[in-house]
Design a protein around this ligand. Structure first.
Ligand SMILES: O=C(O)CCC(=O)C(=O)O
Ligand SMILES: [Fe+2]
Length: 378
């Protein structure tokens, strides 16, 4: 039996029991369909399979959910004029500093990526998932070394509950894939979007460097903008959204993430122990600080937990661009930046390669808490 204990508002203790089931074989059967969550949703299921039930997230939402009832919202920053007007730039740098220290998240408008590119990128993701199941099955894989990896739940076999989401991802930099390795329905836009996100990334790292009081080129010079993994998510409509999650709470392990989301919503960030909606803003991109940037800033900037709730409406699509060389071989060592530490603020972390950090982070995804403390000194 799997037991879950809950305490109701009037203090009564209740225990819900779930009959034992052979989870491993249900997981395997789902994976073997190679049709993902989208396949389940398209088949018209009215109840979600047990492998998606997430009792922990139910507890969490009872405890923390404040979305809707709270006035606070993720800071928004307007990049208009940031390259030309020094006084505008100062204002923007200050906003980014404040947001990176307190929220770990901010939304950017007037970031320079044309709206048409954002729209076409979302359409390209929709076209990918709308392809015939037979076409997609050919691309479905658990081999992380393929140039294009498409599957449902990268951690399907290790996580306690599956998320209501499918993903395809690709390592776009520093070694771009051959065009023929990208899906034909979104090949051109993936290449164009990557080009634009890489340019925006370099600008963000300049602004973040300035926000840290460093030379504007510092973060780019140490290679923060070198690697890019682009993950394209699909969150199909869910018939029982209260029983599962689109994405369970996590923090991103790279330097920063640039997220493009559609109009549906569902992303939430943990702020002062409450879940706050990251509401879709037309034309905006969501930027968040990852673990590695927290590490090299010696905890000045925060890598903050976030999640995506499941929704009756869908499919929702999003594109997460992670600035990280991820599991690609790397020899650069990253530790707290020398200029940011002092006698009063000694380094809190030891040095590590991106590869080793990401490998450790993936290996412990089961635990569900940040891998950062493992690299702390003392
Ligand atoms: O789809 C989203 O809104 C968020 C995705 C995300 O957090 C991630 O890919 O790490
Ligand atoms: Fe994330």
């Amino acid at each position: 039996m799997i037991r879950k204990m809950g305490v109701s508002k009037n203090g009564e203790v209740s225990v819900t029991t779930h009959p034992e089931y052979d989870r491993a074989s249900e997981v395997k059967a789902f994976d073997d369909t190679k049709d993902g969550v989208k396949g389940l949703a398209d088949s018209g299921v009215t109840k979600i399979p047990r492998i998606f039930h997430n009792l922990q997230s139910l507890d969490e939402s009872e405890k923390d959910s404040a979305s809707g009832s709270t006035q606070v919202s993720v800071p928004s920053v307007d990049f208009a004029g940031v390259g030309e007007d020094p006084s505008r730039r100062k204002v923007v740098v200050e906003k980014i500093r404040e947001a990176s220290e307190t929220w770990g998240f901010f939304q950017v408008v007037n970031h320079g990526i044309p709206l048409s590119v954002l729209e076409e990128m979302k359409n390209g993701v929709r076209r990918f998932y709308e392809q015939d199941p037979e076409v997609k099955r050919e691309l479905y894989t658990r081999d992380p070394l393929r140039p294009l990896v498409y599957n449902s739940n990268f951690d399907l076999y290790s996580s306690p509950s599956a998320n209501w989401r499918d993903t395809f991802f690709c390592f776009m930099a520093p070694h771009p894939p051959k065009p023929q390795d990208l899906p034909s329905v979104c090949r051109d836009i993936l290449v164009e979007y990557t080009k634009q996100v890489m340019k925006l990334g370099s600008e963000l790292f300049e602004l973040l460097s300035e926000a840290l009081g460093l030379n504007p080129n510092h973060l780019n010079d140490i290679g923060c903008n070198e690697g890019l993994v682009v993950a394209c998510h699909c969150y199909p409509a869910c018939p029982e959204p209260e029983l599962t999650m689109g994405a369970t709470k996590h923090a991103d392990d790279g330097f920063i993430t640039v997220l493009l989301q559609d109009h549906i919503g569902g992303l939430q960030v943990l702020h002062e122990n409450r879940w706050v909606d990251v509401s879709p803003v037309p034309g905006a991109l969501v930027i968040n600080i990852g673990d590695l940037l927290q590490l090299i800033t010696n905890d000045k900037f925060k890598s903050v937990e976030h999640r995506v709730v499941a929704n009756r409406v869908g499919p929702r699509v999003s594109v997460a661009s992670f600035f990280s060389t991820s599991l690609q071989p790397s020899s650069n060592l990253y530790g707290p930046i020398k200029d940011l530490v002092s006698e009063d603020n000694p380094p809190k972390y030891r040095e590590i390669t991106v590869h080793d950090y990401v490998a450790y982070s993936l290996a412990r995804s089961l635990v569900g808490t940040s891998p950062l403390p493992h690299f702390r000194i003392g």
